[in-house]
Design a protein around this ligand. Sequence first.
Ligand SMILES: Cc1ncc(COP(=O)(O)O)c(C=O)c1O
Length: 365
Amino acid sequence: MPLVPPYIESLQPYKAGKPIAEVQRELGLQKVVKLASNENPLGSSPLAIEQLRHEMTHLHYYPNGGYDLRGVLAEKFNLKIENVITGSGSEGIISNIIRTFLCDEDEVLTTEGAFIGFQVLARSRGVAYRTVPYRKWHYDLPALAEQINEHTKIIYLANPNNPTGTIFSKQEFDAFYKRVPERVLIILDEAYFEYARDNPIYPDSMHYRYDNVITLRTFSKIYGLAGVRIGYGFAHENLISNLHKVKLPFEPSSLAQAAGIGALRDKEFLHRSLEVNSRGLAFLTNSLRELELDVVPSEANFVMVTREREEDAMTMYNELLKLGVIIRPLKAFGLPNCVRITIGTDEENRFLLDGLKKVLSKTLV
Ligand SMILES: Cc1ncc(COP(=O)(O)O)c(C=O)c1O
């Protein structure tokens, strides 16, 4: 038996969007705009930072495992604290779900080209990872239901989905849910929920709770706290209590918890972020289409652009990089002819567009 299991040996590690400093150093550029990782272009919630500063005088104490933030979330969403978990980003919670519930013979089921963070975490467990193709860049929920078998243990659905930005409706989810056996756990990843929640067809999972669904959300996106690693989940208390057995005892850190508590009070930052995003999303979607690019209609803080060939997508990525704009090629997701662009500030969106016009005129001649 080899020291490293074959499924780890062959695993491609999670590769995050390129950092700004790295591009500045490598290409000798002063101005670099990062539109690669769906971060908040306005920075972090000021109330989160204030709470974080306050917490800095208590760092000699161990954290309390997210207890305070769980209490705040339970109150906000009218749940018991036993229904709430917090963790090091929603990915931290996904990792705990995988460790808690999966046995060797179990299978994971999701869409092709799913969020890369989930793909890597699921594959690292060495169980069968099965997918069904998108239908017009949407989850094909009927096809997913069709694929459930006696080994299926976890179904992963991101709504809005990363990287397509599309959503499924409440009606679609209800029809799907009826076909899922109770022994199958559905992860409903709502990392981008705030961007979609005002859409009347969006199934805000807090409005209904099922015993085999765990909802995951994060402070990384709309609250601009990706760097502190704080996310949360809601589920039946039985699921949550088992997750608590497996989670690292002190996770999340006191700073992360404090930032989350501050962020939840920051209505002003939330609204400003939504406003900048919806303006930028409309502007970029229209402008990219004027350049005759295929843009998938998005309900999140990014858009996916589909190109004819992998080569077109990579040229677009590489040439924009030289001009100081970092976008995300999606080959690692399993979508080699696609790129994903995060919505920036008005100024960043224009900078991207100017760059793109140069790139397209250069590559078309
Ligand atoms: C669908 C989805 N889920 C989860 C995450 C990770 O969130 P967190 O920073 O809370 O781990 C992301 C981040 O890009 C995402 O797109």
